[in-house]
Design a protein around this ligand. Structure first.
Ligand code: FDA
Length: 337
């Protein structure tokens, strides 16, 4: 059933409320477009995008949430290292449309690894997406071969690599590629989304391999029958997944800004006798700085995720959609213009 009613239209920055429709997955009426869709539309409006990518706004945003290039990201990473935190560097280039573009992204990662090594950056991790490794243009085989190139180079220089997790439809392929490469390069980690029903079992399986696992809530839209659709259910699943990782012997990397979850995971880790070198907290650069400081002061091993590169704007929009109050920054810039 997909009913639609109401018909309110407002012009302006293409912000139109076209009505209310019944969402069969959530089993409740939703305003269409949703607040998230409105933020996306607003952020992608040429004037808003032009303002945010203007040099003045870049200076405001870049360095706080994202970096414009590898050089700036490495500066931020060195600052983090001086303050007692590690980093995860993630290239935000434009979407890969052919094998050459995938190879170009691999080459950029290889250069980044060289640069980390050259400046003696301690505790560095590199985060890659299947899409960047050529998955959408060449399937799992191409993605696997490219991932081997990056992981081999990183492991040789004492740097870890972690495979991001994306849409639910890609989870099995991502884990298959991860498994194949991990067999040769045990330092390769992978992200798991607590919002997926399958993840508790995945955590148990990965734990038995002693894998590095980044546990996040999940940043993609839930699918009926495959995902928890309510936040509270995902939060409970996060705790169960975290417990599985600890009990089965994984190296858990708890990626969250949820203070309550951090407290629970810290207690579980302590109860299991894990030292601060046997698990870590991961956060996104610029989000929850007080939580990060407090965790470092309490002896928690903290790592910040640093996205950088020419397509940093799309990452920034993604963060605004996650927490629309971040959009205030963007709105203020447009209103002030
Ligand atoms: P939640 O969303 O409940 O937020 C808890 C509190 O944190 C909020 O109340 C708010 O105060 C603050 N907060 C959260 N997000 C914020 C934001 N953007 N801006 C400002 N404040 C914010 N997802 C995925 O699907 N695949 C992946 O590979 C990864 N990788 C990844 C790495 C790292 C290091 C992190 C931290 C996160 C990811 N994610 C991810 C994203 C993750 O799945 C999730 O969408 C976000 O982290 C938000 O969930 P929280 O656990 O922070 O809790």
């Amino acid at each position: 059933m997909n009913r639609r009613w109401g018909n309110v239209h407002r012009s302006g920055y293409d912000i139109r409320v076209t009505g209310i429709r019944w969402d069969p997955q959530a089993r409740r009426p939703v305003v269409s477009p949703t607040p998230r869709e409105l933020v996306y539309r607003f952020a992608n409006h040429p004037r808003a995008a032009g303002m945010v990518t203007s040099p003045a706004m870049q200076r405001l945003i870049a360095g706080r949430y994202v970096s414009q290039d590898a050089e700036q990201a490495l500066d931020v990473a060195q600052g983090l290292a001086a303050g007692g935190a590690g980093c995860t560097l993630h290239l935000r280039a434009f979407p890969v449309r052919n094998a050459q573009q995938a190879r170009a992204q691999v080459d950029q990662y290889l250069e980044l690894i060289e640069a980390c090594h050259h400046i003696g950056l301690a505790d560095a991790d590199i985060s890659v997406k299947m899409e960047q490794m050529g998955y959408l243009v060449g399937g799992p085989d191409v993605a696997g071969k490219n991932l081997v190139l990056v992981t081999d180079h990183a492991q040789h220089h004492g740097i870890t690599v972690t495979l991001d997790m994306e849409q639910a439809e890609q989870v099995q392929d991502t884990l298959d590629v991860w498994r194949a490469v991990h067999a040769e390069f045990p330092s390769l980690g992978v992200a798991i989304q607590a919002s997926l029903l399958r993840s508790e079992q995945d955590c148990a399986d990965l734990g038995q391999l002693g894998a590095r696992v980044r546990l996040c809530k999940g940043g993609y839209r839930g699918i009926q029958g495959q995902s928890y659709l309510r936040h509270a259910d995902t939060d409970r699943a996060y705790v169960r997944c975290g417990r599985r990782l600890i009990d089965e012997g994984a190296y858990p990397m708890f990626a969250t800004h949820d203070v309550r979850l951090l407290r629970i995971m810290t207690l579980l880790a302590d109860d299991s006798g894990l030292t601060s070198q046997e698990w870590e907290l991961q956060t996104l650069q610029g989000i929850a700085p007080h939580m990060v400081r407090k965790a470092i002061d309490e002896g928690v091993h903290v790592r910040c995720y640093l996205p950088f590169g020419p397509n940093w704007y799309s990452w920034f929009v993604g963060r605004m959609v996650e927490k629309p109050s971040n959009a205030a920054l963007l709105v203020r810039s447009v209103v002030a213009a």
